[in-house]
Design a protein. Structure first.
Lengths: 112, 311
């Protein structure tokens, strides 16, 4: 439980993103406008992470557990050392699913 | 700028240097354009502390020009600190466009887009004929090892990249004669006009390796800039390979090109980590660099797509 008043973190980020889109993007050009667009994209990404982050974290924990790995670093090391060679199709399936989860936050259009 | 103008007049032997203007200033080098007695020239100068040797790059450009590759002509260069810079090259200015999104979308490049795939194939075949022995200082690179070390240095764990490294190591292409490769041949690093390819630029990553590296890198998804066409966003694999085979007399194994494309995708992913690290470590604070860190998963997804059915 977090003790903060409304707006939520997600709503605050959304407010700044909307201001960038409504006021900054329309009154700038060239490099500054490009960097404002980058900022809009970054904030939209943070909004998506705030929305789906907790669910994704739980799913990721389950996947690591299924492979008997403590965390991402442990998984990377075990792939490298060949410790998971007898179940590589399963490893690939789970790692690809994680990549898709990351894209859902970072750049959902990339999955189209 | 006045001081730079007179230093430039001296190195190119011109009576008058006019309209000196800075085009871009990266972390490691700056680019200027100027007129020397009315002739448009480009100055590229290295900032202090750059590990790359611009003298080697100048030799590569000279050798490429001699081999008939479309490149700017080298007018002057030096590796000695001078009033022009710590190390520099002066090249003829080639008119055209380098911005990938314009080349891929603007109407004025409609014809160019049709010509580019075969022009790329021919230019690569030509540049691969350069005798590497004519450019002292060029080093062979074991790219798999190099990027494995970069990933390890970054400190970031990436299970997808570990899977890809395993695949790359198990499917190494057969060794080939040492060849001079450009190392960064793609839209953004070529000058394009309405008539297509005008000049191959940015030779600072040239090294000795497998010529198929350049073909594979040109097909990496990031260098399609959102276009569905695999070769630089402008063509099909067969167009590039046919033109390359015809010009070089060699036979290209598309699976070897694919191996280099997979390594290229992995390389770009590792470079994305590096760019985000430049922000996080404080070397260059920038939300643009920070955001690139979240593009790593695009490369992970591309690796799975490319390797599906090939594992």
């Amino acid at each position: 439980m977090n003790p903060h008043d409304m707006p939520s973190a997600e709503q605050l980020v959304e407010a700044v993103r909307e201001w960038l889109e409504r006021d900054v993007m329309t009154s700038t050009s060239g490099r500054l406008q490009f960097h404002a667009r980058v900022a809009v994209n970054v904030l939209a990404m943070v909004e998506r992470e705030l929305q789906v982050g907790p669910t994704q974290a739980a799913v990721h924990r389950d996947r690591l557990e299924q492979l008997g790995c403590a965390d991402e670093r442990d998984l990377a090391r075990r792939i490298r050392d060949g410790e998971l060679d007898d179940r590589l199709p399963e490893v690939r399936e789970l790692v690809w699913a994680t990549a898709k989860d990351k894209l859902t936050v970072a750049n959902p259009k990339y999955l189209d | 700028m006045d001081e730079l103008s007179s230093a430039l007049a001296e190195v190119v032997g011109a009576r008058e240097v006019a309209e000196l203007a800075r085009l871009s200033g990266g972390a490691s080098r700056e680019t200027f354009r100027f007129l020397a007695d009315g002739r448009p020239l480009i100055l590229q100068r290295q900032r202090g502390g750059d590990i790359r040797d611009m003298g080697v790059e100048a030799d590569v450009v000279r050798a490429a020009f001699a081999a008939g590759v479309p490149v700017p002509e080298l007018v002057a260069s030096s590796n000695q600190p001078s009033a022009v810079g710590s190390a520099f090259m002066v090249l003829t200015a080639v008119e055209g466009e380098t911005i990938a999104r314009k080349i891929l979308r603007d109407d004025e490049f409609r014809t160019a887009r049709e010509l580019l795939p075969a022009q790329f194939g021919r230019a690569l075949a030509q540049l691969h004929t350069i005798d590497p022995a004519t450019v002292p200082g060029l080093a062979p690179q074991d790219q798999v090892r190099m990027y494995r070390q970069l990933l390890d240095t970054s400190g970031e764990p990436h299970p997808t990249f570990e899977l890809a490294f395993r695949w790359l190591e198990e499917h190494q292409p057969p060794p080939c004669p040492p060849t001079l490769v450009h190392g960064d041949f793609r839209l953004g690093n070529v000058m394009v006009g309405a008539d297509g390819l005008r000049a191959v630029l940015d030779w600072e990553l040239a090294h000795i390796g497998d010529p198929m590296e350049d073909l594979g890198w040109l097909c990496v998804k990031a260098w399609r800039f959102g276009s569905p066409k695999p070769v630089a966003g402008v063509g099909e694999y067969a167009q590039l390979i046919e033109a390359y085979e015809e010009a070089s007399g060699l036979t290209v194994d598309p699976e070897v090109v694919r191996w280099w494309e997979v390594l290229g995708t992995l390389k770009w992913g590792i470079m994305c980590i590096g760019q985000a690290n430049a922000h996080v470590s404080g070397v260059a604070r920038s939300h643009e660099l920070a955001a690139i860190g979240r593009r790593v998963c695009e490369n992970e997804h591309d690796l799975f797509l490319a390797l599906e059915g090939r594992w």
